[in-house]
Design a protein around this ligand. Structure first.
Ligand SMILES: Nc1ncnc2c1ncn2[C@@H]1O[C@H](COP(=O)(O)OP(=O)(O)OP(=O)(O)O)[C@@H](O)[C@H]1O
Ligand SMILES: [Mg+2]
Length: 413
């Protein structure tokens, strides 16, 4: 059995700590999870480090208690509208006569990373998508192959330095060390998608509380990522306004009676709503609730569609769209999204888990589970590489002691 891997997902609504281990059979066994309401987080970004730290400490304590495993070092998710991503290309000349070495890949990646990163931004990921050797493209692992000119296509993700540092500070404030920051939709893709989907071409949309995160995988690699600042909280807010009810009452109605398609709800179905002030309780048509929800779900689906089109890869996604995040649990969202997106849609809870899975097998935990899986892959990549990338950064590190380059993280398998 391997050493346990720990992760932290600091979402807009929930903070989740998770500890897992890789079994001898190569599966992920969940040892323990801790979930608390987030504090000090808005639209995926930490706005109050101290409050966020307190929520983290509470989640960690729960996970430690359940698993009996202390958490010291963690993989941590990052999101927020400050995230930007781009694809870039790097070239390295190969010494004649010998095969491509990991060092040559390093040089090509360095060139790809040398995109202009402004003062106030830092690189979170530089992930190789594929290689071209002497004009031959589609090379997945060039090490050992003979050639003269190696080109790498990399997906580079950057974030605002201040937001990145606040995540690190909040985690350190809870007494933990950050091993690596991982873009949340990339992590969610690890847990919710199959290798076959990533090979064929698929878009993952994590519709959480404060953000909708999108990641597009093609040919087994990550091609496009974006974080949009709208999520389930907006649906609840619309309901609170529309029904003149407190936020918590609106949230409860959404989860219990909510539906994405009003026409699926019989006209004569009524529910009881706790209203503000003297009004006490009121009855409301469930279809009206669905109408309010539907308008916002439509906006979110349109945003996803626009983003997929903007990426330019909309014709390369035969596996369609996989939805995760808490809002993917909304009744009727799958067929609604299929209608808007005109693509196959499925709901993607984390896959292939063993152990204490009851708490984390919902779509809302795809990111959290994916963070542990990312850690697992990174460990494997470092084990397989002659020069462990995570251990010896080759230049002043962009994110204070972290280095988040995972060589084989998105190769198939
Ligand atoms: N059954 C349900 N029906 C509708 N919405 C739901 C359901 N269950 C959870 N949600 C919504 O999911 C949202 C929380 O999702 P999630 O836990 O993925 O968010 P988060 O990770 O905290 O936030 P983010 O990723 O946006 O920063 C909330 O808005 C919640 O109301
Ligand atoms: Mg989330």
């Amino acid at each position: 059995m391997s050493t346990p891997i720990a992760a932290l997902d600091i979402g807009t609504t929930k903070t989740c700590a998770l500890i897992g281990e890789v079994t001898d059979a190569g599966a992920l066994r969940i040892l323990g999870a801790g979930v608390t309401s987030s504090r000090g987080v808005r639209k995926g970004v930490i706005t109050d480090v101290k409050e966020a730290s307190q929520a983290i400490a509470a989640a960690v304590e729960q996970a430690e208690r359940v698993s009996g495993v202390p958490m010291a070092e963690v993989y941590v998710g990052i999101a927020g509208a400050h995230i930007q991503s781009t694809n870039s290309r790097g070239v390295a000349a190969i010494h004649s006569g010998r095969g491509v070495t990991p060092d040559d890949i390093d040089r090509a990646m360095e060139a790809a990373e040398a995109i202009a990163v402004p003062q106030n931004r830092e690189i979170i990921h530089a992930i190789p998508r594929g290689y071209t050797l002497d004009g031959q493209d589609g090379v997945k692992d060039p090490v050992g192959m003979i050639g003269f000119r190696l080109e790498v296509e990399a997906h580079v993700v950057t974030g605002a330095a201040a937001s990145i540092q606040n995540v690190i500070k909040a985690v350190e404030g809870a007494g933990l060390k950050v091993i690596d920051l991982v873009l949340e939709p990339i992590a969610a893709g690890e847990a919710a998608l199959t290798s076959a989907e990533k090979e064929m071409g698929v878009a993952l949309a994590d519709i959480g509380g404060g953000t909708t995160d999108i990641a597009i995988f093609i040919d087994g690699s990550i091609w496009h990522t974006v974080v949009l600042p709208t999520g389930g909280i907006h649906i609840t807010n619309d309901l609170a306004v529309g029904l003149r009810a407190p936020f918590n009452a609106a949230e409860e109605i959404k989860i219990q009676y909510g539906h994405a398609s009003p026409l699926q709800i019989p006209e004569d179905e009524f529910i009881d709503v706790a209203a503000f002030g003297d009004e006490g309780r009121r009855t409301v048509a469930r279809r009206e609730v669905a109408e309010i929800i539907s308008a916002r779900v439509d906006e979110i689906c349109q945003m996803i569609l626009t983003e997929i089109k903007r990426s330019g890869y909309d014709n390369l996604l035969p596996a369609g769209v996989v939805l995760c995040g808490g809002t993917a649990e909304l009744k009727g969202i799958k067929s609604f999204a299929r209608e808007v997106l005109q693509m196959p849609v499925r709901i993607g809870p984390p896959r292939d888990l063993e152990g204490f899975t009851d708490r984390v097998s919902l779509p809302a935990f795809a990111t959290t589970v994916g963070l542990v899986e990312w850690g697992w892959k990174q460990r494997e990549a470092e084990g397989a590489s002659a020069t462990p990338r995570g251990a010896t950064p080759r230049k002043p590190n962009p994110i204070g002691g972290l280095f988040s380059w995972a060589k084989s993280a998105f190769l198939p398998g």
